[in-house]
Write a protein that binds this ligand. Structure first.
Ligand SMILES: [Zn+2]
Length: 388
């Protein structure tokens, strides 16, 4: 569907880039357009599926979610959420403050608030398994619900929206709901990726234009969004997200509900330029990576490609030669039996042929190689794409 600018509603936009994911069989969509709003400068993915289709996609994904059972959370994860707590703490002196984490995942952030002595905590997450984990692992109340339906008839001193807004097709329903759940003078914390700095944090080509991330915020566009709902920006801080074994730029913003705040927009003049730079740099990396792959495959007759996630989808979308691919392999059972350009996706346990395996992931390259050699005990030759 076509989108008007989700921040100002404008329908005049400029196409910056066409992102292709190759096969729709595994990727929800064949691709989308990255567009910049002429009026307010916000950059977003255009010609995308509806929110309902995204919800179905996320539901399907969550069925195969990593099953959190032993209570061990990575150090990077905890450190990231501690930074958020440290950022919010000065604005939230009252330990009895009513805190709602909307999109709480497995509850790591809430558990850190609990550690700091905050006692009035509630998590909401669309995934029932996440809500269950929050309760069982941390003893914190949590419900399985989405923003649209959630309402316990209470209002909150702080609502947390961490890694939520970049996923939404339309903000208005969520923002109106969030605002209605805030007490007068209540705080809204937002964390989003900072698209105005993507060009300084490139690991793989176009990694930021993923299927899940369809809005590209900057400090200026977040302020415009908040202002259009009469929320007053209190503090903005540039930060970095180190959760996924890469470093990605993000933003922390605290705002306050104040009935007296009027709406004012200022055009974001920075994000479009910086994303144009990002797109140009990624285009060069994409060409270089495909050249590396082709050199490393060399004269080999057949290969297996490990990984069908974003990394592979981007390469297939930009025309990776698949003529030597016997099949794809992915640990995630949701892809089993699906086909990419007519080539089947299998599970790791189904590898029988001793042909070279191309590792198509940046973040998990070494982990996958360990899995192949140690856990599966396979003797297949390994082809790395990245020399880290
Ligand atoms: Zn706009």
């Amino acid at each position: 569907m076509k989108r008007n600018c989700p921040i100002c509603g404008g329908d005049e936009k400029e196409l910056l880039y066409r992102q292709n994911f190759g096969s729709k069989a595994i990727a929800l969509m064949e691709g989308y357009d990255v567009a910049a709003c002429d009026r307010c400068g916000f950059v977003f993915a255009d010609n995308i599926p509806s929110q309902e289709e995204f919800n179905k996609y996320y539901e399907e994904m969550s069925k195969y979610e990593f099953n959190y059972s032993d209570g061990v959370v990575s150090k990077e994860y905890v450190a990231h959420f501690q930074k958020i707590v440290d950022f919010i703490r000065p604005f939230l002196k009252d330990k009895n403050a009513n805190i709602l984490d909307m999109g709480c995942s497995t509850g790591c952030l809430l558990s850190l608030f609990k550690k700091e002595g905050y006692g009035n905590l509630l998590g909401v997450d669309p995934s029932p398994s996440c809500a269950k984990t929050v309760k069982e692992v941390y003893g914190i109340e949590a419900v399985a619900d989405n923003i649209a339906n959630f309402d316990k008839g209470e209002r909150y001193d702080l609502i947390v929206l961490s890694a939520v807004l970049e996923h939404l097709v339309d903000f208005s329903e969520a923002m109106l709901k969030i605002k209605s759940l805030l007490k007068e003078n209540g705080l809204l914390f937002i964390e989003v990726p900072d698209a105005s700095r993507f060009n300084s944090y490139i690991y793989t080509a176009f990694q930021q234009f993923s299927i899940e991330h369809i809005n590209y915020f900057s400090e200026y566009s977040v302020k415009n969004l908040l202002s259009s709902y009469s929320l007053e920006t209190v503090k903005v801080q540039e930060s970095e997200n180190r959760i996924n074994q890469t470093v990605d730029p993000d933003l922390f913003i605290v705002s306050r509900r104040k009935e007296t705040v009027g709406s004012k927009m200022a055009k974001d003049e920075i994000t479009k330029k910086s994303l144009e730079d990002y797109i140009e740099k990624c285009g060069k990396i994409d060409i270089a990576v495909k050249k590396t792959i082709s050199e490393r495959i060399g004269k080999k007759d057949r290969i297996i490609i490990w990984g069908v996630g974003t990394h592979t989808q981007m390469l297939v979308g930009s025309g990776l030669d698949l003529s030597k691919v016997l099949y794809f392999v992915d640990s995630n059972a949701r892809y089993k039996g699906k086909k990419i350009n007519g080539i089947e996706v299998k599970l790791p346990a189904d590898i029988r042929e001793n042909v070279p395996i191309l590792i198509s992931t940046y973040s998990y390259q070494e982990e996958v190689i360990r899995q192949i050699k140690e856990k599966l005990g396979l003797k297949n030759e390994i082809i790395r794409i990245y020399d880290k």
